[in-house]
Design a protein around this ligand. Sequence first.
Ligand SMILES: [Zn+2]
Ligand SMILES: [Zn+2]
Length: 125
Amino acid sequence: MPLKGFTINIIMIRPLCTICKGNFAAVNYKTNSKIYYRKICASCARKTKRTKEQPGWTKTGYKKKLICERCNFSAKTSHQIFVFYIDGNLKNNNWLNLRSICANCRIELNHAKTTWRESPLVADY
Ligand SMILES: [Zn+2]
Ligand SMILES: [Zn+2]
């Protein structure tokens, strides 16, 4: 089988990160004979994870209000308030498109037939 050695050589070459193309790709896992790499390096992996976790409105400086803009419930902590997108477009981070909504209204809205869509939750640090 002359092709066998060739295949192994390809796998053993450590690829460059497909995002920054500057760092080597991170090790995914190792077996006894082979090392498997990820497509991206460790620092790009961390970056993409972070942007995925944080919804767009957090970057616009929008702050959750402590009063529900639907029923005027006044919350004690921002954990009781959720951000909704009125037009259902999670990329439209215009403040006019955002509403602070209490946990009660959140349940109602998620069952009601509206265009409103809940923002992905913000990761707490
Ligand atoms: Zn990278
Ligand atoms: Zn409410």
